[in-house]
Design a protein around this ligand. Structure first.
Ligand SMILES: O=C(O)C(=O)C[C@]1(C(=O)O)C=C[C@@H](O)C=C1
Length: 256
């Protein structure tokens, strides 16, 4: 979603970066539409009215959507770019395509670094190579690439993070956050394996065949690999093999 596409961040002289107000929504929306229709962005499926309403709701904190803190970058009173923040996440950062390469994106990233000194993350579409190079130049680190299925747009994406003033603390805390989610998912996954084994033990499902089903496992790995291509099918197969092995062992322990 983000994409300043800047080539040369320059010394920002007359750029003013200030908190956005409801009066900025039209100008911010114009930048969003112009920048979002450039290369590397998915086609906008909403009407301009719908995307404006979506934006206004988020930056005003009304409605059910998450509230995003809005900041705008302007020169000579004209909004040239903007950024939004929600906790340590940057949902939107866009620069007017006519003013890229003028340090606007750089100024916005510097602002986010100042406001989020512990670090922040964002996602860009994989094809938006200009934005990815820009963020790398700003010191952000590329993390995982996915097929984008976790997001509304469903476009292949790459996540990046700036790990702040204490990078080890940021990475470890990010690992803890992911592991908290992973633990819950593992509990659910293991319980589902057990439910299938209960069914098979009772003579139901798949003709009552017990034990491992390599074809089914290969299919699982293929599907997962499409969501997270960076991991590689073979490595993912080993991870899933270990997970299924342990899930089956847990189920067998329970039978004793
Ligand atoms: O789908 C099944 O047949 C299961 O037994 C479940 C499961 C799994 O946990 O996904 C476990 C063992 C099989 O080898 C295949 C898949």
């Amino acid at each position: 979603m983000t994409g300043p596409d800047e080539e040369l961040p320059e010394e920002v002289t007359d750029l003013v970066v200030r908190p956005g107000t409801p009066e900025d929504v039209d100008a911010v929306h114009a930048v969003l539409l112009a920048a979002g229709s450039g290369p590397g962005h998915p086609p906008e499926r909403r009407t301009p009215e719908e995307s404006r309403a979506w934006l206004a709701e988020r930056v005003s904190g009304t409605g059910s959507g998450e509230h995003q803190e809005l900041w705008v970058a302007e020169r000579d009173g004209r909004v040239l770019g903007f950024v939004t923040m929600a906790d340590a996440w940057v949902p939107l950062l866009f620069v007017d395509p006519d003013h890229q390469g003028e340090g606007v994106g750089h100024g916005l990233v510097e602002l986010v670094k100042a406001l989020r000194p512990d670090g922040f993350g964002l996602r860009v579409h994989q094809d938006n190579t200009g934005a990815r190079a820009f963020y790398r130049r700003q010191g952000l680190v590329e993390l995982e690439s996915t097929d984008g299925s976790a997001y509304d747009d469903g476009w292949p994406d790459t996540r990046l993070a700036w790990p702040g003033h204490d990078p080890l603390a940021w990475w470890r805390s990010s690992i803890d956050d992911v592991d908290d989610e992973l633990a819950v998912l593992l509990a659910r996954r293991t319980a589902l394996t057990a439910a299938v084994q209960d069914l098979k033990a009772a003579g139901g499902g798949d003709g009552g065949r017990r034990g491992r089903d390599p074809e089914r496992e290969a299919e699982i790995v293929r599907r997962m690999s499409a969501h997270a291509p960076g991991l590689g099918t073979e490595r993912l197969a080993r991870v899933m093999d270990a997970l299924i092995t342990e899930s089956l062992a847990a189920w067998e322990d329970r039978q004793r």
